[in-house]
Design a protein around this ligand. Structure first.
Ligand SMILES: Nc1ncnc2c1ncn2[C@@H]1O[C@H](COP(=O)(O)OP(=O)(O)O)[C@@H](O)[C@H]1O
Ligand SMILES: [Mg+2]
Length: 408
């Protein structure tokens, strides 16, 4: 069978990569060294016309399966790496068959957990990673996706204001159903628990865990957090008819957790004046969607929350309480957000994403103002942030991996 590339390859040059060589033997000039998680298959990153792709060598059957699942996840707007193409029919120049390849778009500014946790990990960093992973697992389950191999290694993390946002990277064992069963959910949680426990033990053995972190206790956190979030999103509320405000409070709590309620199911409890209320369709990305609608900025959930808070303070500070929201957003972009982003010298812009940069500048301003006992203003905060913080940060758009390719 001749070499074949199937998918939506955005770059025709992809077909010209040295597919007749095992991925391990590809010449360096095709590759970029970026941090990678631990994997069973060979995974490499290739750069073509300014774009970076992840290439995984894997059997044809699994390559096609994973490609399809990643497409389904993209269609359902779930955070996962984006599939580009599957390459089949690979042979060496002397006719030996080679495994197929799955090409995905490299997720910019993403970090494998070992890169996030480089150095000794503080307990709260680990808690934030597990929080992000919990939200991801719950979101996947809400869409009917059974993961089958949830772990820190199969997840990528992006900074999201003071927290992290998690993306699925390995869908090989996944299954998409119209609705996930209780058994599948329970199994997924079990697998996550075991995998994470193992990964924490590995970190501990490598001297990378803070001495106060007990792998057993932290691995159990994922189970607890998962159930708490799932119940908040899915459980019934039984209320007296007059107490509808309890439902409104529930919706507000869900919004604060970053979810929107698209549909509510209300039933009357037979023979009583009580109602059973359950959020039926919940969508993640409450703040993300509002920010996108108002400003066109595409940010992670917590970044969006932070930016929206700043936008709201701007509205109050400028006396625009009764002005149309879209007009306020336009002014905030032009007068506050853009000037901060453009103040960053071009060579430093690859260090952090725009929304993350803005969030850090706001934090910096807060600390400076605390120290000064008064608000120092945005401009001095930006200048000081660039000079004292940003220049010392690693370039997260493209961190160069160490020789073993596992952590920077
Ligand atoms: N699109 C991508 N963007 C960024 N990193 C990626 C991407 N695809 C794979 N990786 C990195 O490669 C590692 C291994 O990929 P994975 O699909 O888990 O392989 P395996 O099936 O062998 O476990 C991941 O942990 C991740 O760090
Ligand atoms: Mg994997």
């Amino acid at each position: 069978m001749p070499l074949q590339m199937t998918g939506a390859p955005s770059d025709p040059d992809l077909i010209r990569l040295p597919w007749d060589l095992p991925l391990e033997e590809w010449p360096d000039h095709h590759l970029v060294a970026l941090p990678r998680g631990i994997s069973r298959h060979v995974v490499r990153f290739a750069r073509l016309s300014g774009r970076v792709y992840a290439i995984k060598e894997i059997s044809e059957r699994y390559a096609k399966r994973e490609y399809k699942l990643l497409w389904d996840l993209a269609r359902l707007d779930t955070p996962a790496v984006e599939p580009v193409a599957v390459v089949t029919g690979r042979t060496t120049p002397d006719g030996q068959p080679l495994d197929s390849a799955l090409i995905t778009r490299h997720l910019q500014f993403s970090l494998p957990y070992r890169a996030v946790l480089c150095g000794t990990v503080r307990p709260d960093t680990l808690t934030r990673l597990l929080d992000a992973l919990t939200v991801l697992l719950v979101r996947l389950h809400l869409t009917g996706f059974y993961w089958g191999d949830c772990s820190l290694s199969n997840t990528l993390f992006r900074r999201d204001a003071g927290a992290f946002a998690a993306y699925l990277v390995d869908a090989e064992t996944g299954e998409l159903h119209p609705m996930i069963s209780e058994g599948q959910r329970a199994h997924d949680i079990d697998v996550a628990h075991i995998n994470i426990y193992g990964e924490l033990l590995d970190l501990e053995a490598g001297g990378l865990l803070h001495s106060s972190i007990d792998p057993l206790v932290f691995a159990e956190q994922i189970v607890e957090r998962y159930h708490r979030l799932w119940n908040e999103l899915n459980s019934d509320e039984i209320i007296e008819e007059v107490d509808w405000h309890i439902v409104e409070q529930r919706i507000r709590r869900l919004n604060n957790l970053g979810f929107d309620v698209a549909e509510m199911m209300v039933r009357r409890k037979a023979g009583t004046g009580r109602l059973i209320v359950r959020p039926k369709v919940v969508d993640a990305g409450h703040h993300q969607r509002r920010l996108l609608r108002l400003t066109g900025l595409d940010a992670e959930e917590n970044q969006a929350r932070r930016l929206l808070n700043d936008l709201d303070s701007f509205r109050v500070a400028e006396g625009l309480r009764h002005e149309d929201e879209a007009i306020v957003a336009h002014r905030w972009l032009a007068e506050i957000f853009r000037p901060v982003v453009t103040a960053i010298p071009a060579p430093l812009r690859g260090k952090l994403e725009q929304a993350q940069l803005f969030h850090e500048v706001l934090d910096h301003r807060w600390y400076m103002s605390e120290a000064a006992g008064k608000d120092v203003g945005l401009k001095p905060a930006v200048d000081s942030y660039i000079k004292n913080v940003l220049v010392h940060k690693p370039d997260e758009k493209a961190i160069i991996a160490s020789a073993d390719g596992i952590s920077p």
